[in-house]
Design a protein around this ligand. Structure first.
Ligand SMILES: [Ca+2]
Length: 275
């Protein structure tokens, strides 16, 4: 919407410049004086873009496990979806996504009755030296970074099958407590619009995460995604899953299976970057 306003705001300026003519009569000069008011006295629609008040400038949300700042976001600046209780994997119940040029912010809720986390024996370590219990609740972000439905894949969970980057991390990093999000990043390396678990390791993407049982917020660094070769387009899309023992129990967006759509798989959630 802001882009459209910018284009509209350009027309009076273009019109004014094209009217400048040294042979203008006095009436014209009076009109020019009227037009040449300082920018800050002009109506909003005649101000240069950089001086126009922006009702909804991009904001930086704080990842601290309290969610008040999400409630303050203006309608239309973020995307959200609610899970269908009849979905095949219904444990994720709601998500909101808000993106700026710097970060993608995610807020997600799940049904704690459907997601157990087993801290396990803290001395029972996996091959990386981490407690095995931490792997009880993997959380994935699937990002169609380029917004292009011809690239990426993973039709298993998203009908548009255009996921370019996967982030894989844990909601309970120590197995016991909700903690920050420190995922690994992977690029789709299957067929375009293909299916299967076909990902190639990319490296690290800086994220933060915080929350409580059933509610979580996280941020993803757009600069890091760009650095790995996956800049985030002005309109991109994203989806999420929460797992138990490496199987999805919650997927968003989702739908109830129907005659036309037996799997209940739907498109990833479209998000417009706020600038
Ligand atoms: Ca894509």
């Amino acid at each position: 919407m802001k882009k459209l306003m910018t284009i509209l705001a350009m027309f009076p300026v273009v019109g004014f410049v094209s009217c400048q003519n040294p042979a203008d009569n006095s009436k014209k000069n009076d009109e020019q004086k009227e037009e040449q008011k300082p920018d800050d006295q002009k109506p909003d629609d005649q101000k240069p873009d950089e001086q126009k008040p922006d009702d909804n400038p991009p904001v930086e949300l704080t990842i601290d496990g309290s969610f008040e700042d999400w409630a303050g976001l203006a309608k239309g600046t973020y995307s959200q979806t609610y899970g269908d209780e009849e979905a095949t994997h219904p444990a994720l119940t709601h998500c909101k996504v808000y993106a700026t040029a710097e970060k993608i912010f995610v807020y997600v809720e799940w049904d704690v009755e459907q997601v157990s986390h087993d801290p396990g024996d803290p001395n029972d370590l996996d091959e990386w030296g981490d407690p095995k219990g931490k792997e009880s609740v993997p959380f994935h972000c699937y990002i169609n970074t380029d917004g292009n439905t011809a690239t990426g894949g993973f039709s298993d969970q998203y009908a548009d099958a255009s996921i370019d980057v996967l982030l894989e991390g844990f909601i309970y990093p120590d197995g016991a407590n909700v903690g920050s999000y420190a995922p690994g990043a992977f690029a789709w390396n299957g067929d375009p619009n293909g299916s299967g678990w076909a990902w190639a390791e990319l490296g690290d993407v800086t994220c933060e995460g915080a929350g409580v049982d059933g509610k979580y917020e996280l941020s993803i660094s757009c600069a890091d995604l760009k650095g790995l070769g996956f800049p985030v387009a002005d309109v991109f899309s994203i989806g999420f899953d929460i797992q138990q023992g490496w199987d999805s129990v919650g997927v968003l967006p989702n739908a109830a299976p129907s005659e036309d759509n037996a799997s209940g798989v739907v498109n990833s959630l479209s998000v417009t970057v706020q600038k």
